[in-house]
Design a protein around this ligand. Structure first.
Ligand code: AMP
Length: 194
């Protein structure tokens, strides 16, 4: 089993690269953003509350997303691995994830940190907003999301670096080149683990 966290700021290409990675490696893609948007689409009470926070660029409470991830792990007992995208976003979420995985006799193998400059991120999110239908893809919310990311989420990378699990990959360039860099890191780590 191989469990990967694809890490990086909003707009760093995690979603795009995740789709390619799960196709190549056959993992289960767990995006808390996608899970929350599914709740919004169904207009569940959780979705309605989350939408308000998401539209303002704030994080949804830890216990909500941890609960979602716990259920998704339970729902996929035969998985070859999980790709976490947009989760964990706080150190409390990282600690909870580690506990959940330990309980399942597995753990995080690797965190790949995608690096993209702030102005490029805002540009990408605004461009994406023209077609994504996402009400949080606008310049103002994008700036807030980047601020929240720097304050609450970057400590997650520090948390995993203490365990020697972090590698850094440039997130600017062609989608193919970035994908190549990601697969080299994953294959290198998987070989070492084998
Ligand atoms: P994303 O699709 O990953 O960009 O997430 C969109 C929004 O959903 C974020 O700005 C947060 O409001 C919320 N969200 C997604 N994942 C998480 C998470 N792990 N913890 C808290 N809030 C989250």
């Amino acid at each position: 089993m191989f469990n990967l966290i694809l890490f990086g700021p909003p707009g760093s290409g995690k979603g795009t690269q995740s789709n390619r990675l799960i196709e190549k490696y056959g993992w289960i893609h767990l995006s808390t953003g996608d899970l929350l948007r599914a709740e919004i689409a169904k207009q569940t009470p959780l979705g309605i509350e989350a939408k308000h926070l998401m539209d303002h660029g704030h994080l949804v409470p830890d216990e909500v997303v941890i609960g979602m991830i716990g259920s998704a792990l339970d729902a996929n007992p035969q998985a070859k691995g999980f790709l976490f995208d947009g989760f964990p976003r706080t150190v409390a979420q990282a600690e909870a994830l580690d506990k959940l995985l330990t309980f399942k006799k597995t753990g995080i193998n690797l965190l790949i940190f995608l690096h993209v400059g702030d102005e490029e991120l805002v540009h990408r999110l605004v461009e994406r907003g023209k077609n994504s239908g996402r009400s949080d893809d606008n310049a103002e919310t994008a700036r807030k999301r980047i601020e929240v990311y720097k304050r609450d989420t970057t400590p997650v990378a520090d948390y995993y670096s203490r365990f020697g699990k972090v590698v850094h990959v440039p997130g600017e360039g062609s989608i193919d080149d970035i994908f190549g860099a990601l697969t080299r890191e994953i294959d290198g780590k998987a070989e070492k683990a084998a």
